[in-house]
Each structure stands twice: as structure tokens, then as C-alpha cells.
Design a protein around this ligand. Structure first.
Ligand SMILES: Nc1ncnc2c1ncn2[C@@H]1O[C@H](COP(=O)(O)OP(=O)(O)OP(=O)(O)O)[C@@H](O)[C@H]1O
Ligand SMILES: O=C(O)[C@H](O)CO
Length: 506
């Protein structure tokens, strides 16, 4: 099998393991009988009277289908907001288990085309708000949450208009704001985010089941934390708007809301009726990919499930790591080139501040890998892209293009070229199957990409300058290097894989 086939199979295996149905079936049970109870992991919640379900996010359709199967007749009614086209896409992909059955008690609202809030998503948010407001102390509200939930649950505080809020979040994203920053702003301007939904559902018992797509699994940031106590204040929001130079151009409506926002978030004791439970995350996906890589004969290591930072800096980290791995396949394993690369890598990792990453320890583990086995390094997380061009792309495709360029430059300038002894493949893909506003999940590259593209008249650097990675990969060798999976119905951020094997013994 080619490295590319291996990489694809690892990616699909990783995504398979964080599919909503298996996750939910493992975590959620209904104990029937005189006084039924909802069992979630090791917690029990009595179902005193009616059981309602709401949900929002890219993975929520499959979560809802599995939940309805488990809850059966005990479910009174549900509403979920899911991405536009997801039912058709899953139907086409034959993923029946992710679809609701005919006569389901759950109403599905599709919206947020290209992950942007729109009128349909707003309609869904209003319906969810009304359901939550009507609950009593005898009701239980099961909330299904996954990434993409922010765009699918827009409820701007009046007089802010949806378009105004959308424009502001778009500007923040384009200026490179991280998801934490973006969602702190969204929370301040929203009725349902930042714990708003949980407060409206009070006094009902609220149980939220969450698929995390944010580094470190912070409950108050994932989907902007509609059922989590917020640790952020309006002051934090103002700081972010100042940082991105947006404070002085705010619409009047936003200014009005900011000036009348409470200075402190709702106190945690007001969340006694809420339980937020994480069901799955990027870590789980990487564990599965590692397991599968080992099955394919690789010596596999997970670098981190929290890779973050500006996309070109992260690409440099991966390029240096690849160079170092290639040295492992040559007689240059120890000595000056290797020491220099190690030093550079440590510096870069310190700059990127990847939470929990002990690169020294990782490099030590790398040294321990046998010299003859192919190597697979896995990582996950979410990079940030500063949009300065007008092209079409996503952070995974842009990362892959940067890595291709970096490997090309290293090849061209390296005195002793360790890449020559290895076959190398790099993959980066979004587990949701959609990288930015494109039809691809990500892309693959190997060190020959830049030279081969030039033969087709494609200048990689020009595409990068215009943030046009999708157009590049669509044109390059007939789109062969795009990773296209279709919407997967799940979402735990992005996954990267580096696969390397020796082409000759050194
Ligand atoms: N032309 C482009 N080139 C590179 N990246 C882009 C481009 N256009 C948008 N992006 C990036 O795509 C990201 C949005 O992609 P996507 O819709 O996949 O969001 P997401 O973060 O996965 O969403 P969620 O976390 O809500 O599921 C933003 O980080 C944005 O900067
Ligand atoms: O919806 C969102 O806010 C992002 O996907 C992070 O959870």
C-alpha cells in the first residue's frame, strides 16, 4: 500500500471512532421502570416527567439519532439545528445510522451554510429558546452540543442584527482571532451563548452531552458554552475588540449592548441544575489512529492533540520534524545537523506555546524508535490563518501547502539532503470533512509538490499569498491531492499525520 493509502485509512479510522452513534451508545443509557433514570457515564438523572432534547452542531444529527433510539418513547419532543445539506450528504454516503427515523419526535432545522449564521439557523435558535423557556422543574432537557454550534445557534441580543454580529465575527476570524477569542465576543452579544440557554431552561434539569472541538475541551468555549458558566466578562470582550482594532468601528447596536452588559458573568452557583459532560475529543481520534498505524507496521507516536498557532509557523514545526525524522533513516542520526534541528524545534515549540507539549520528551521518544521501521507521527488541534488574500481555502489545505513549500526549500538548500533517503507523506484534514468554506476536508503533500506544480505552471507561493489553497489543490494534478470525504457528521478539530519510510538502506 502507498503512504497515501495508509494516511487515508488512518484518517478515516480516526474519524470513525469519534462518530456520534458509537460514542453516544457507550455513554448514554435509559433505566426504565417506575422511576426512570437517564444514566450518563457514572451519573444518574431522574426523569420525573417530560424529557426534551435540543442540539446544535456539525455532529448533532448523528448524536440525536442515537439518543432517540436510546430514549424511545420517553422522549417528549426535540429540536436540533444542523448544517445545511447534512441529511442529504449522510444519506448519499449511506450513513443511515446518523439519520433520524421516519416519524421521529425530533424536528430538524438545517442552516448556517458554510458555517456562517443565517436566517435558518436563527429560526432554529428561536425555536430552541421557546422550548427552553417553557420548561418546569419536573422536566429534563438533554442538550447535544458539538463544534459548529456557535454558527448554528445565533440569537443576538436586541437591537443587534444577525448581519451585524456575523460581520463582526467574520472580521475577527479574518484578523486571525483564535476560537477562544471569537467565542468570548460571541457570548457577550448573544442571548443563548455563555450559559444563556441553561439559564432560560431553569428550573428544569439540564444535561449536556458534548463532543469537543476546542483545544483543552473548555466547556465555556465549545459552541460558545450555551449551558456552561462563563468565566468571561464584558471586559474580556472589549479587550479582544481592542486587540483586533475593531472597537472604534462597532455598529451602534453592538455599542448599546456592550455598554449595558452586566460587568460580571452569571455566578457558577446558578448552574446547580446543569451537568456538562464531554463525550469525545481529538485525543480519542488520535489514539485510534495510533493504534491503526501500529497495526500497519509503523512505529507511531502522538505529538499533541493541542497543536495551535499561525499556520505557517506550525508548518515550519512539521517540516523540521520531518527533516529530523529523515535523519533517523540516515547515518546523520547523531551530530551537528541533528542537533541544530533539535534546537530549532525546541525554540519553535516554545514560541507556539502548545499546551501540554513536552517536546524534549517527545524527541527523546523519537530517538528510541527502531531505525528500520516506518514512522508515523500523529497530531491534532487547530491552526489559525490570517486572511490577506481573496482566494478559496481552509487552514488544513493551507497548512499542507506550506509544508510542501517548506520541504521543497529544505531540499533545495540542505547541504546533506536527508529527504532523499525517505518516502514522505504529510496529511492534514478537518475531522468534520469540511476545511474552511470548501468541499474538501484537507489535502496531502510530499516533497515533490512544488516542483511538480511548477511543471503545470502553478506557483505555490502565489497561491499561498492569496489564501487560495483550495484552488491550487483543485488544479494540481487534477485534484488528486485533495482529501475529500464529504461531511462526516462529526467534529473534533483537525488531524495531521506524517508518514515516513526509508527508500534505501543507509
Ligand atoms: N481562503 C482561506 N484560506 C485559508 N483558510 C481559510 C480561508 N477562508 C477561511 N479560512 C479559515 O477557515 C476557518 C473556518 O473554517 P471552518 O468553517 O472549517 O471552521 P471551523 O473552525 O472548523 O468551524 P467549527 O469549529 O465551528 O466547526 C477559519 O479559521 C478561517 O480563517
Ligand atoms: O462552534 C464553535 O464555536 C466552534 O466550533 C468551537 O466549538
Amino acid at each position: 500500500m502507498s503512504l497515501r493509502e495508509h494516511a487515508l485509512s488512518l484518517f478515516c479510522g480516526a474519524v470513525g471512532t469519534i462518530r456520534p452513534a458509537p460514542l453516544l451508545k457507550r455513554a448514554l443509557k435509559l433505566q426504565r421502570g417506575g422511576c426512570p433514570q437517564l444514566l450518563v457515564k457514572d451519573q444518574a438523572f431522574p426523569v420525573k416527567r417530560d424529557l426534551y432534547l435540543v442540539g446544535f452542531g456539525k455532529a448533532v444529527l448523528g448524536m440525536a439519532a442515537a439518543a432517540e433510539e436510546i430514549l424511545g418513547d420517553h422522549l417528549t419532543r426535540g429540536i436540533i439545528n444542523v448544517p445545511l445539506g447534512i441529511q442529504e450528504s449522510l444519506q448519499r454516503a449511506g450513513m443511515q445510522e446518523m439519520l433520524l427515523k421516519p416519524h421521529s419526535k425530533i424536528q430538524v432545522i438545517e442552516g448556517a451554510k458554510n458555517n456562517l449564521p443565517d436566517a435558518e439557523a436563527l429560526k432554529g435558535a428561536v425555536a430552541i429558546q421557546e422550548l427552553a423557556e417553557g420548561l418546569t422543574a419536573d422536566d429534563l432537557l438533554l442538550v447535544l452540543i458539538s463544534g459548529g454550534g456557535s454558527a448554528l445557534l445565533p440569537a443576538p441580543i436586541p437591537p443587534i442584527l444577525l448581519e451585524e454580529k456575523e460581520k463582526l465575527t467574520k472580521m475577527l476570524a479574518a484578523r486571525g482571532a483564535a476560537i477562544q477569542e471569537l467565542n468570548i465576543v460571541r457570548k457577550t452579544l448573544s442571548v443563548l451563548k455563555g450559559g444563556g440557554l441553561a439559564q432560560l431552561a431553569h428550573p428544569a434539569q439540564v444535561v449536556s452531552l458534548i463532543l469537543s472541538d476546542v483545544i483543552g475541551d473548555p466547556l465555556d468555549i465549545i459552541a460558545s458554552g450555551p449551558t456552561a458558566a462563563s468565566s468571561h466578562s464584558v471586559q474580556d470582550c472589549l479587550q479582544i475588540l481592542t486587540k483586533y482594532n475593531l472597537l472604534h468601528n462597532l455598529p451602534r447596536s453592538v455599542q448599546t449592548v456592550l455598554s449595558s452588559s452586566p460587568t460580571k458573568p452569571t455566578a457558577p452557583e446558578n448552574y446547580a441544575h446543569v451537568s456538562n459532560i464531554i463525550l469525545g475529543s481529538n485525543t480519542l481520534a488520535l489514539e485510534e489512529a495510533k493504534h491503526q498505524a501500529e497495526g500497519l507496521g509503523y512505529a507511531a507516536l502522538v505529538l499533541s492533540a493541542a497543536v495551535q498557532g499561525e499556520v505557517s509557523r506550525v508548518a515550519t514545526l512539521y517540516c523540521q520534524l520531518i527533516q529530523l525524522l529523515c535523519l533517523g533513516f540516515t547515518s546523520l542520526r547523531e551530530g551537528p545537523p541533528s542537533d541544530e534541528l533539535r534546537g530549532n524545534l525546541l525554540q519553535l515549540a516554545a514560541e507556539l506555546q502548545i499546551p501540554g507539549l513536552d517536546l524534549k520528551e517527545f524527541l527523546q521518544a523519537l530517538r528510541g524508535l527502531g531505525p528500520d521501521r516506518p514512522v508515523c507521527i500523529l497530531a491534532g488541534g487547530e491552526t489559525t490563518v490570517q486572511l490577506h488574500g481573496t482566494g478559496k481555502g481552509g487552514r488544513n489545505q493551507e497548512l499542507v501547502l506550506h509544508v510542501g513549500l517548506g520541504l521543497h526549500k529544505a531540499q533545495a538548500t540542505g547541504a546533506s539532503n536527508p529527504q532523499g533517503r525517505c518516502e514522505i507523506l504529510f496529511l492534514s484534514g478537518g475531522t468534520d470533512g469540511q476545511d474552511g468554506p470548501t468541499e474538501a476536508a484537507g489535502a496531502f503533500c510530499s516533497p515533490g509538490l512544488v516542483a511538480e506544480a511548477l511543471q503545470e505552471g502553478l506557483d505555490v507561493e502565489a497561491f499561498l499569498r492569496n489564501n487560495d489553497s483550495y484552488t491550487f489543490f483543485s488544479q494540481f494534478q487534477g485534484g488528486r491531492h485533495l482529501l475529500v470525504t464529504g461531511l462526516t457528521g462529526t467534529n473534533v478539530m483537525d488531524i495531521q499525520a506524517i508518514l515516513i519510510r526509508a527508500t534505501e538502506r543507509s
